[in-house]
Design a protein around this ligand. Structure first.
Ligand code: NAD
Length: 490
């Protein structure tokens, strides 16, 4: 805390303005725009990941007691993959993309040029503090921008490690880390950026967007919400529950934006589901899960209190069917399942973001679609079923940032898929090529020579020219000419 207060005194609006000025200078000098600089930075990042793995795992252990296996897979491996994909594909991504000409623009050629935006601000969250900070940084660098990263003060060990490592491995005239909390972020948000990517809760998302409006700065908002998992009665329950447990408690003990937030199943199937879930949890985390080394702790006392408030609220206190143990001193909460919670209870109206897992029951599994669609659009939606018709209906009719059928959370691991929310769960997306696109302007470029003049387009506009134009359109003469020349019609 002392450290944060000290930093707050140091980093004010003046310091933020100076920082942006320096980075803007690097950008205007063209330093970040060339292929060699981008590749050089991404290669240094790869080197950093190879050399500093242990330090990264240790910082995550300090901040969240994150199991090394989770840190390795979810934070390091995913980042390595994002980085090597960018390295492998960058030349191709940077290439102007030819598009076909149209009759109205004949004879000309057309292409889309991906242009770096300028200076990017990335504001990150505490739960995957390494991945959520550096994955967008990879995209911003790949697209040729200068970038400022503001990690979350709630994961201080990872935040200060990233500040040190990025200064050591990356070009600090174009890539910088500012540590701190609300005061520092506010100072940064007063500046003019060319794009802001914010990850965190929707309330702060609104603050970020309001600040961006002043400078007409575009934003990507990676927010959260209540992600449902629907479990049909025709599934292979053991397999389904292993995948659900690992997507919930195996992701930072439920402190993950795409972790399933609540289950919907049928009233008749619920008892069997609870019984098998209990077995699965015991197999994974033992009889006393508070002692398990495979579960992250709750990040801090505030979040512990927030989760306890959800668990202790009137409407659900007697609904616990699995778990419920807590250790305030160690900031541990056991995997806790609640059956038949009312839909208007606190636990069903607020995002849980922790190890609590309510189940709501319905008569017919198809009711689940209406329940999900009657709520704010979630970041993720999951369905376990063997019914192909229900599966298709779910994909077609449920609106969510992303979804998995018979799986949880894996959508985040495929860099060929965009990652982002919709409605209350966010706007814009990134990952893989989508990151490159998120931090690029798609510039429309039309080229032509001095040949092929069509006098009809120039004044004076005469009835004769109009008649000629109408006749050409009717006969699709231009289309025929284009076809003869082997040009595709758009
Ligand atoms: P957090 O507390 O770390 O806050 C996020 C960032 O906002 C931090 O960098 C913080 O310094 C900054 N911040 C906080 N208050 C601010 C203010 N008043 N003004 C300016 N900046 C401020 O993280 P959090 O919000 O607790 O994160 C949890 C939420 O984030 C959940 O809703 C979760 O679903 C969502 N989330 C989404 C994703 C995603 O990729 N979509 C990933 C992780 C978390």
């Amino acid at each position: 805390m002392d450290g944060v207060e000290e930093r707050e005194a140091e980093f004010d609006g003046k310091a933020a303005a100076k920082l942006v000025k320096e980075l803007r200078q690097s950008f205007s000098d063209g330093k970040t725009k060339g292929y060699d600089w981008r590749v050089g930075q991404l290669k240094s990042l790869a080197k950093m990941l190879a050399e500093k793995e242990e330090e990264i795992v240790e910082a995550l252990r300090q901040d969240l007691d994150k199991p090394a296996m989770e840190s390795f897979i979810h934070e390091i491996l995913l980042l390595k993959e994002a980085n090597s994909l960018a390295l492998k594909k960058l030349k191709q991504w940077m290439k102007p993309q030819k598009v076909s000409s149209t009759a109205a623009t004949y004879p000309s050629s057309a292409e889309i040029v991906s242009e770096p935006l300028g200076v990017i601000l990335i504001i990150s969250a505490w739960n995957y503090p390494f991945l959520l900070s550096l994955d967008p940084v990879v995209g911003a660098i790949a697209a040729g921008n200068a970038v400022v990263l503001k990690p979350s003060e709630i994961a201080p060990a990872t935040s200060s490690l990233m500040k040190r490592l990025l200064a050591e491995y990356l070009d600090s005239s174009a890539v910088r880390v500012v540590e701190g909390g609300v005061a520092e972020t506010t100072a940064l948000l007063e500046q003019k950026w060319d794009k802001i990517l914010y990850t965190g809760n929707g309330n702060v998302g609104r603050i970020v967007m309001a600040a961006a409006v002043k400078h007409l700065t575009p934003v990507v908002l990676e927010l959260g919400g209540k992600s449902p998992v629907v479990v049909d009665s025709n599934v292979n329950l053991k397999v389904a529950l292993k995948r659900i447990v690992v997507g919930k408690w195996g992701c930072n003990n439920g402190q993950a934006c795409i972790a399933p937030d609540y289950i919907i199943t049928t009233r008749a199937f619920a008892p069997k589901l609870v019984e098998t879930l209990k077995d699965t949890l015991e197999k994974f985390y033992g009889e006393d899960p508070l002692e398990s080394k495979d579960l992250s702790r709750i990040v801090n006392a505030n979040h512990f209190k927030r989760l306890s408030r959800l668990l202790d609220s009137d409407k659900v206190a007697d609904k616990i069917v699995i778990g419920g143990q807590r250790d305030e001193h160690a900031l541990k909460i056991a995997p806790t399942v609640l059956l038949d919670v009312p839909q208007d209870s606190l636990i069903m109206t607020e995002e849980i973001f922790g190890p609590l897992f309510p189940i709501i029951t319905v008569e017919d599994i198809r009711e689940s679609l209406d329940i999900i669609n009657s709520r704010p659009k979630p970041l993720a939606a999951y369905l376990f079923t063997s019914d192909k018709k229900l599966e298709d209906e779910f994909v077609k009719s449920v609106s969510a940032g992303g979804m998995c059928i018979n799986e949880t959370v894996l959508q985040v691991g495929n860099n060929n898929l965009p990652f982002g929310g919709v409605g209350e769960s966010g706007m814009g997306n990134y990952h893989g090529k989508f990151s490159f696109d998120a931090f690029s302007h798609k510039k429309a470029v039309l080229r032509r020579s001095f040949a092929g003049e069509v006098s009809a387009r120039y004044p004076p506009y005469t009835p004769g020219k109009m008649r000629l134009l109408r006749a050409l359109v009717k006969m699709d003469i231009l289309g025929i000419i284009l076809a003869l020349l082997g040009w595709r019609r758009a």
